[in-house]
Design a protein around this ligand. Sequence first.
Ligand SMILES: [Zn+2]
Length: 78
Amino acid sequence: MLKNEVISDKMTVPKELMEILACPKCKGDVKEKGMFILCEQCDLAYPVIDEDIPDMLIDDAWNLEKAKKTGFEHDLEL
Ligand SMILES: [Zn+2]
């Protein structure tokens, strides 16, 4: 809980929304990282639009490699 609060200033998607979000492909848990919602099971990164609207369409998702190469590695911390 404390850890979540420490990084909360980087998080833009409302906590209530994150709690109900799931990966549309595997229905698993996702987590927010920088400007993406990540599913580590599927290696997919769903972009966050307008800072607080997650685009949870599989067709719009980036793979994690692409997300890293496109300059979000400092946010992804992978
Ligand atoms: Zn998934």
